[in-house]
Design a protein around this ligand. Structure first.
Ligand code: FES
Length: 236
């Protein structure tokens, strides 16, 4: 396997010690097929053990390794270094969240918003003995929205959220879509009341940043537009 020399600048910050975030530079040699996560592991394991970052599955499933690399929100474990031209990388924590340490951000507010839209089936009818039957086209309507891994890349890239941190944001609204359009769910009215709020769906200005940032290529903006139509239809 070929090796390459790269220069990595990482935004470091330890709130217990540092007055403000600062850039730290690392020169290292890595395999040429390394992902961003491989590079962070190499730094953490062999160069600087004080570097903090989140990762778990290494398979773009757990959503824990989202960060900003050369200006783009990406999943570190899914992104090969050669996605970026040249041998220089600038790695920062997800914007729009407060930094706990280095690349680790505080996701509490993100998950609070997720909870607010009640991310589970709400049922008036009895639970069936075996399973809920759903037709293929009914499932297709929510299939893509259901693969969200809650990494926060979309929410972090949303200018509406940068302007108003109380805005529910694209990830929570996508989750609302996933249940409002689920034919098994009986909580549509309840959820629509929650998102039809000054900090809800109408703060989405169809900017498309969320769609560009999504590492799962979910058409988030399109689903939020359908959600707006649903809220309007519901109010007529
Ligand atoms: Fe799980 Fe990257 S480590 S998504």
């Amino acid at each position: 396997m070929a090796k390459e020399n790269i220069i990595v600048k990482i935004l470091r910050y330890n709130p217990e010690k540092d007055k403000k975030p600062f850039w730290k530079k690392y020169d290292l040699e890595v395999d040429d097929d390394s992902t961003i996560l491989d590079i962070l592991n190499e730094i953490h394991w062999n160069i600087d053990g004080t570097l903090a970052y989140r990762r778990s599955c290494r398979s773009s499933i757990c959503g824990s390794c989202a960060m900003k690399v050369n200006g783009q929100n990406v999943l570190a474990c899914k992104t090969p270094m050669h996605k970026f031209k040249g041998n220089k990388l600038k790695i920062e924590p997800l914007p729009g969240f407060s930094i706990l340490k280095d690349l680790v951000v505080d996701m509490d507010g993100f998950f609070e918003k997720m909870k607010r839209i009640k991310p589970y089936l709400i049922l008036d009818k009895p639970i069936p003995d075996k399973e809920f039957i759903q037709k293929p086209d009914e499932f297709e309507c929510i299939r893509e929205s259901a693969i969200c891994i809650l990494c926060g890349a979309c929410t972090s890239s949303c200018p509406s959220l940068w302007a108003n941190e109380d805005y529910l944001g694209p990830a929570a609204l996508l989750k609302a879509y996933r249940f409002i359009f689920d034919t098994r769910d009986d909580g549509k009215d309840e959820r629509i009341d929650i998102i039809n709020d000054k900090n809800g769906i109408w703060r989405c200005h169809t900017i498309f940043n969320c769609m560009e940032a999504c590492p799962k290529d979910i058409k988030i903006t399109e689903y939020l537009s359908r959600l707006k139509v649903k809220v309007l239809e519901n109010s007529i």
